[in-house]
Design a binder for this molecule. Structure first.
Ligand code: F3S
Length: 705
């Protein structure tokens, strides 16, 4: 006896996803509940119960733990109620196809369509769908559709497990009842495929074993198909129910299963049937060996013995389904069939992020169901959680990795889409010289690694305009670069920030030169300090601020007043565009102390002064910063003075009397004659915050000078 296993059977995508989700949750601490049975299979449910997953009928019976929403989805009212239970964690195992149908139903209602659902009115999926549509008309087939009242705009949507043929029959009826019919094809082919596979098996086999929960409607439907085709069919839930008598005299037996039947039960059934056959062969002496199973395994159509349930190939051909006659669903948007036919691995399409989970992201690309981006396909960089890269509502480009299985499950990659788009941008940027941005992510020997959608390298000599000693300070910063070299097959991208900076600098320099004029007051940044002055960056042009132009008073070194990086205002004193020289002044922007000299120091005033330097004809003294006067040698004493240094020394503070003031010539004459010294000078120095230096220290300073 050959055992023929259906090409399509067992868990569909939505159920696989839900069961895996629950098993994962069960391994974590805390109780896990499902609202109703997760799937219609008692054995699978029992297995989950052993793992600590409890089924509840009413959400009011729990307050904490994790509540799993099953594949059928829940109505919005109930969802709100669940969400209001703040101590409850929700794990949404609603099948993505169902989820999408809910959104479509909601959208139809929002746009003012009377929503009609093709489905079983009491099925939880339809109950929820109807509520998402704000109250829909539900019909179970063309017969019920006939009795619907007319409506100006009708939106037809289907329970995911409906038959496409029935869907289009209902469409034909509704077309006569409305001026505008909008179709939204939400049919999932998993059920249809399993039914079609059952017909194939029933055509070849004399007996067909239908495996699955007795409470599973889709499994019972398979049994009906088998019997309608005139074959003997037996419905079992597990291998232990198989009876050898069913196979007496049978040369070909088939195995089919609904979308809620676990793989391990199907495998057990097939193994048991093979064991029965082996025993039968052993017992029937003289009988010829049964046809060798492997010889048949390559037959077309259904799979043969021992192969177990088929795992759909990654790039299985597009499933067949009823297609709307052309021109009839213009308003219905892309149907499942049309969109499926257009997508293939390697395509890049736009999509919207509809859900961010811990290890993946769901993206709506206008296909039958959302596609899944695993966390590793989100970014080129290592991330802990998808929310580091995307959020719900983001529009992103995705690369189609695979269209899997009969349901056309999409595996997507954002990372690869970004890389492809990045390479496109890089090629364009190289051709046009455009500037591209990217973050420096790592310092390596000889340069920086940057993320420009692809991995790029900036040589150290191309990081800044000049030599950059410490590249690490650029890590984490956004760089603006030009493409120097591209080698796509080798994934090599070499970039330069220096070219961008130089171009910008040249542009700024020209603009600054064109706008500079003598007498202007400009803002600049102190670039460097020297003994003779300060270089100030005026915007691509460096001007020299000579030490003598820093202050009205004497400045020993520019560092006494300014430091690198200071932003200052300066006056443009002189321009030499030919030589590219700019002379700047700072003191010109400060008040001139000579303006108030006549008022502050009228003749006869006695003031403390500091000796700044000595000359053969007298001593120069400072009255205040920027105001110097002269005590002529003849004014040092009533007696004759041979040398000035016999009386005064640099740095010394003495009292002197103003005897002549000529502000216009910046001259003040002073005398020491008849001016009290010593204690008065000290007091005056203290008042003026001047330090009267002891003679020794003055001498030390002189020696230094
Ligand atoms: Fe989803 Fe289709 Fe299964 S709608 S739960 S994948 S039958």
């Amino acid at each position: 006896m050959k055992v023929i296993v259906a090409r399509h059977l067992g868990f569909c995508y939505g159920v696989t996803r839900a069961v895996e989700m629950v098993e994962k949750l069960a391994r974590q601490p805390g109780p896990v509940f499902t609202l109703g049975p997760l799937i219609h299979n008692p054995q699978a449910i029992a297995r989950l119960a052993e793992q600590g997953v409890h089924e509840i009928a009413d959400v009011e019976t729990i307050t904490t733990g994790t509540l799993v929403l099953r594949t059928h989805g829940v109505p919005p009212g109930l969802l709100k109620k669940i969400e209001d239970k703040k101590d409850l964690t929700i794990a949404d195992a609603t099948c993505p196809y169902v989820k999408k149908a809910q959104r479509e139903a909601q959208e139809l209602a929002r746009q003012g369509y009377q929503v009609v659902i093709l489905g079983e009115a009491n099925h939880p999926e339809v109950v929820a769908l109807s509520e998402w549509a704000g109250g829909a008309w539900v019909v179970n087939g063309p017969e019920e559709a006939v009795s619907l009242p007319p409506a100006p705009r009708i939106g037809l949507i289907a329970q995911t497990t409906q038959n496409p043929e029935t869907f289009y029959k209902v469409r034909d009826i509704l077309k006569k009842k409305t001026q505008e019919l909008r179709l939204v094809n939400t049919i999932c082919l998993a059920t249809d495929r399993r039914q079609e596979a059952t017909r194939q098996v029933a055509e070849e086999a004399e007996v067909v074993i239908v495996v699955g929960g007795k409470n599973s409607a889709n499994t019972r439907r398979l049994l009906t198909i088998v019997r309608q085709m005139g074959r003997r069919g037996y419905h079992i839930e597990e291998a232990g129910e198989l009876q050898p008598g069913w196979f007496a005299g049978v040369s070909r037996a088939g195995v089919v299963a609904g979308a809620s039947t676990p793989d391990w039960i199907i495998k057990e059934v097939v193994r048991k049937m093979e064991e029965m056959e082996e025993k039968r062969l052993e017992n029937s002496e003289g009988e010829k060996e049964a046809e060798a199973l492997p010889a048949e395994a390559a037959e077309k159509g259904p799979q043969e013995a021992g192969a177990g349930p088929e795992q759909p190939a990654a790039q299985e051909p597009a499933p067949e389904t009823a297609t709307a006659p052309s021109g009839e669903t213009e308003e219905s948007g892309p149907t499942y069939e049309s969109t499926f036919g257009e997508l293939k691995p390697g395509d890049i399409v736009k999509g919207t992020v509809v859900k961010v989970e811990n290890d993946s992201v769901l993206v709506d690309i206008g296909y039958k169901s959302e596609g899944v981006i695993p966390i590793g396909e989100l970014s080129r960089r290592r991330i802990e959680h998808p929310s580091e890269v995307v959020k719900v509502g983001d529009e992103i480009s995705v690369y189609i990795l695979r269209v899997e299985g009969e349901e056309g499950t999409l595996k997507l990659s954002k990372r690869r889409a970004d890389e492809k788009e990045a390479w496109k941008r890089l090629v364009e940027a190289k051709e046009t010289g455009a500037v591209i941005e990217g973050e420096a992510i790592q310092e390596v020997k000889g340069g920086l690694i940057v993320d420009v959608g692809a991995r790029g390298f900036v040589p150290a000599s191309h990081v800044g305009r000049g030599y950059v000693a410490d590249l690490s300070k650029y890590v984490g910063q956004k760089l603006r670069m030009k493409v120097l070299e591209l080698d796509q097959p080798r994934g090599r991208v070499v970039l330069s920030q220096r070219l961008v900076l130089e171009e910008e600098h040249e542009k700024r320099r020209k603009e600054t030169w064109d706008s500079l004029e003598e007498g202007q007051v400009r803002t600049g940044v102190v670039k460097s300090l020297t003994d003779f002055g300060v270089f100030v960056d005026l915007g691509g042009v460096d001007g020299l601020l000579h030490v003598s132009e820093l202050s009205w008073g004497r400045v020993k070194h520019p560092a006494d007043i300014l430091k690198e990086g200071d932003t200052i205002q300066v006056k443009v004193l002189k321009l030499d565009k030919e030589k590219g020289k700019v002379s700047l002044g700072l003191r010109q922007l400060l008040p001139d102390p000579w303006e108030k000299v006549a008022e502050k120091y009228p003749e006869g005033t006695i003031v403390p002064v500091r000796v700044t330097r000595l000359a053969s004809f007298g001593a120069f003294v400072e009255l205040e910063e920027g105001v110097e006067g002269l005590i002529h040698i003849s004014e040092l004493s009533h007696q004759r003075v041979g040398k000035v240094e016999d009386v005064l020394s640099p740095g010394q503070v003495v009292n002197a009397k103003v005897i002549k003031v000529r502000p216009a010539e910046k001259r003040i004459g002073l005398t020491l004659k008849d001016v009290p010294q010593e204690s008065q000078a000290e007091e005056a120095a203290a008042d003026a915050d001047l330090e009267v230096k002891p003679e020794e220290s003055v001498k030390e300073e002189e020696a230094k000078e």
